[in-house]
Design a protein around this ligand. Structure first.
Ligand SMILES: CCCCCCCC/C=C\CCCCCCCC(=O)SCCNC(=O)CCNC(=O)[C@H](O)C(C)(C)COP(=O)(O)OP(=O)(O)OC[C@H]1O[C@@H](n2cnc3c(N)ncnc32)[C@H](O)[C@@H]1OP(=O)(O)O
Ligand SMILES: CCCCCCCCCCCCCC(=O)OC[C@@H](O)COP(=O)(O)O
Length: 272
């Protein structure tokens, strides 16, 4: 009986292995499926731990979540090469902005996430099953991207509370995933918060995934990701009139860094 199950298991594994070798599309779907499964399962197991240890929704849960997510990279053969971590050592709150390529970014995020740091996320993620629950417990700030007025109100609250609570806030200023090896134009919310709270902006750049991950061509293999934490950009004394300049400055610094880390020659004529 048990031998029968073992044989079945082996046959299924063999079949999957053959399929993965045969068709990149199947390989891709299986790997993404496995990633989603891993996220859902790990969240289901981690949520009770968060509740027991910290009692509810708090940024302290991020330490537990971070420890769990940091193990994920081994399943996918991903390696991170991190530079500039000392730039996170600013006293007190800050806005961290980074490029957003894929759902796989959660691994890169947790790889370097400093203590007392929450992320801004679209509110739809709250309903992603156990993943939504774990994100909620971690203290993530949810915004309604369809209503700029709503989002701005939430962001203004964040600007007020981040200094009092001494938290850093991580925003993906492109506002959506983008796996083209370039940046989308930045939305301004993150920079408004930084100026309103008079806290520095710390840009973080992940090299392009396109060499090992591309949903269009169904590519998903192991790979190396270079990460660079750039020096903080101070906002002391800046007003809302300076937000556009601050956004541009950050965008150009990050775009140059992205191209450098991804080994792509920068094209100075094709800007913004
Ligand atoms: C244990 C195992 C666990 C396993 C599972 C893993 C779990 C991991 C755990 C935990 C990690 C959780 C991680 C979650 C990650 C989620 C990622 C996402 O969801 S990314 C999508 C959401 N993020 C954003 O969208 C970015 C933020 N967006 C913005 O900041 C936008 O600016 C926004 C929404 C506020 C407005 O967007 P607009 O599309 O309307 O565009 P605009 O151009 O920025 O704004 C329009 C006008 O409003 C002004 N404005 C914007 N914000 C303002 C403000 N705060 N105050 C005043 N004016 C503002 C601007 O200056 C602009 O005006 P003028 O064109 O300059 O005249
Ligand atoms: C029952 C629901 C199944 C849920 C499967 C869980 C999959 C793991 C997800 C990990 C968190 C991913 C966070 C993320 O990267 O969200 C994407 C948004 O930022 C950007 O949204 P979009 O590009 O505009 O759609």
């Amino acid at each position: 009986m048990e031998l029968g199950w073992l044989l079945w298991g082996a046959a299924v594994l063999l079949l999957l292995h053959v399929l993965m070798g045969l068709s990149p599309a199947v390989n891709f779907a299986l790997r993404i499926g496995f990633y989603s499964f891993l996220c859902l399962l790990a969240s289901a197991l981690t949520a009770p731990v968060c509740l027991l240890v910290n009692g509810g929704r708090t940024v302290k849960n991020m330490r537990i979540i971070r420890a769990v997510v940091r193990t994920f990279k081994y399943f996918f053969g991903l390696r991170f090469e991190v530079k500039g971590l000392e730039n996170f050592k600013v006293e007190g709150p800050a806005i961290i902005v980074s490029n957003h390529q894929s759902i796989l970014d959660m691994m890169g995020l947790m790889e370097i996430l400093p203590d007392n740091c929450v992320q801004v996320a679209k509110k739809e993620l709250m309903y992603a099953g156990t993943v939504g629950l774990i994100i909620y417990l971690g203290g993530v700030i949810f915004i309604n991207r369809k209503s700029t007025t709503d989002a701005k109100m939430v962001m203004a609250e964040v600007a007020k509370s981040m200094t009092a609570d001494n938290v850093k806030v991580w925003v993906y200023p492109e506002g959506t995933r983008n796996c083209t090896g370039d940046l989308l134009p930045f939305k301004k919310g993150a920079f408004h918060i930084a100026v309103q709270a008079q806290v520095p902006v710390i840009p973080v750049v992940y090299s392009s995934f396109t060499s090992f991950y591309n949903p269009k061509t169904k590519l998903f293999t192991s790979g190396k990701i270079k990460v660079e934490v750039l020096p903080p950009i101070e906002t002391k004394g800046l007003t809302s009139d300076d937000v556009s300049d601050l956004t541009d400055r950050c965008f150009h610094t990050m775009r140059e860094t992205l191209f450098r880390l991804s080994g792509r020659p920068s094209e100075s004529k094709k800007s913004s």
